[in-house]
Design a binder for this molecule. Structure first.
Ligand SMILES: [Mg+2]
Length: 204
């Protein structure tokens, strides 16, 4: 199985980075669509993207869920798949080198806009962009959309959604994906709510 993991909006807090860089009068949770950003930026789309130096991309922060996402997915050895917007491919590479040294050293990253060209039956893309998810699916890849204010899963818990989706995909499509792992649901009694649900990786 080849798992591809998006950066911006999944692992990297790109929207907050833009808001801070341009000092936009705009809140992260009000971004219902990536296009919303342009309404708060005084110049053109081209001005916005062209003005961002590599340093912008290289210094973005992690999202608050990034650590948990990366830790949970590690047994699957994902490959970072990130699309540069007009410019910034070098800055993204610097970001990966600094913040995800194991991905960098093991050469587990791809930087390019044609994410759907990586799609095939044995692949899974984890991404926050509905458009990207649709293209990847149309090219026979499996997908998990990460809930964010700018997609239709807004409001859902990010980790719960990723884990539940992965559980279901591996349960029904393990043959296509040829995964070495499946997820097992573990139900444990807890003092507050009766039962707790966690997931465990099981090697097959
Ligand atoms: Mg993204």
């Amino acid at each position: 199985m080849r798992v591809f993991l998006d950066l911006d909006g999944v692992v990297v807090d790109f929207v907050q980075g833009l808001i801070d860089w341009f000092n936009l009068d705009f809140k992260h949770e009000d971004c219902q669509n990536y296009e919303d950003i342009y309404k708060f930026y005084p110049g053109t789309k081209a001005d916005l993207w062209e003005s961002l130096p590599d340093r912008f991309w290289a210094e973005l922060n992690f999202t608050k869920e990034a650590n948990e996402i990366l830790t949970f997915l590690e047994p699957l050895k994902p490959c970072i798949l990130t699309s540069p917007v007009w410019t910034g491919a070098g800055g993204k590479q610097q970001w990966i080198r600094k913040n995800l040294p194991n991905y960098f050293d093991e050469k587990r990253y791809l930087i390019g806009p044609a994410k759907d060209y990586a799609a095939h039956k044995g692949s899974l893309l984890i991404d926050d962009a509905e458009e990207m998810i649709e293209k990847f699916q149309n090219a026979e890849g499996y997908t998990i959309l990460v809930p964010r204010p700018w997609n239709y899963l807004r409001g859902k818990d990010v980790l719960t959604h990723i884990k539940n989706s992965l559980f279901t995909i591996l349960l029904y499509h393990q043959n296509d994906l040829q995964s070495e792992y499946i997820l097992k649901k573990v139900v444990t009694p807890t003092w507050h709510s009766g039962v707790g649900r966690t997931f465990e990786w099981v090697k097959v």
